[in-house]
Write a protein that binds this ligand. Structure first.
Ligand code: C5P
Length: 229
């Protein structure tokens, strides 16, 4: 069974902790740049004290020494999982893996905010109309450099799974239960479809954090994931 990760995109540590306290079964929480920059590492410790696994999603992309240093510090703080950019290259990825100790790393491939034209303009190439092969190529590069898995949109999970084989983690945001609002997400899938395609970790934020009864939505998502088996 895949895991659920609740994205705590909330304004303060107090709000984030009030949310996790409403989710008695929560196993994983994702802390992104806004909450982390506001609250600092104290938020990580307060989640860990509640026995919640921490996914620190800061998408590191820098020279190898700097990324390795950040990974080592995060691992020391008890972070369980963190993100790096596959475009940082093999040397950066390998240095981060080496510095990570027990902490796992997953690599972002192509940001979902890119369309093909903007991506290839940024890279200085043209005439390419789809990003799917690029996502799979970067996923293979990152896994080859030793990361534990990749982050990808639900619509690319199946292709990435066939590119990287059965073992790497595939973490996917953009999850929307059938009855939920898409918000600003464009490339969504429901929990059962994402699991069937090969995802190991489903990141869900607003469908849970904006619900009147977050605990009920969280449970419903687990039940929907079970149906995928
Ligand atoms: O609220 P929602 O379920 O859309 O939250 C999804 C989470 O995953 C957010 O924290 C968002 O920043 C993150 N994310 C995403 N799409 C990506 C990468 C990360 O939605 N491509």
């Amino acid at each position: 069974m895949a895991d659920r990760i609740v994205a705590l995109d909330l304004g303060s540590a107090d709000e984030a902790l009030a949310m996790v306290d409403r989710l008695p079964d929560i196993e994983w929480a994702k802390v992104g740049p806004v909450l982390f920059v506001r609250e600092g590492p104290a938020i990580l410790r307060r989640l860990e004290q509640r026995n919640i696994k921490v996914f620190l999603d800061l998408k590191w992309y820098d020279i190898p020494t700097t990324v390795a240093g950040a990974a080592a510090v995060a691992a020391d703080q008890g972070v369980d999982l963190a993100t790096v950019h596959s475009l940082g290259g093999e040397e950066m990825l390998a240095a981060a893996v080496e510095a990570s100790g027990a902490m796992k790393l997953v690599a972002v491939t192509v940001l979902t905010s890119y369309d093909p034209e903007a991506y290839w303009n940024t890279l200085g190439r043209d005439g390419v109309t789809e990003l799917g092969p690029e996502v799979s190529r970067l996923a293979q590069l990152a896994v080859g450099a030793g990361v534990h898995g990749v982050v990808t949109s639900p619509l690319e999970v199946a292709a990435v799974r066939s590119a990287v084989g059965p073992d790497p983690w595939i973490v996917t945001p953009g999850i929307r239960p059938p009855e939920a609002d898409a918000d600003d997400q464009r490339r969504t899938a429901d929990p059962a479809s994402a699991v069937r395609a090969g995802a190991t970790h489903l990141v869900v934020g607003r469908p849970i954090t904006r619900a009147e009864r977050p605990d009920e939505v969280y449970k419903r998502i687990r039940n929907e994931m079970r149906q995928a088996r």
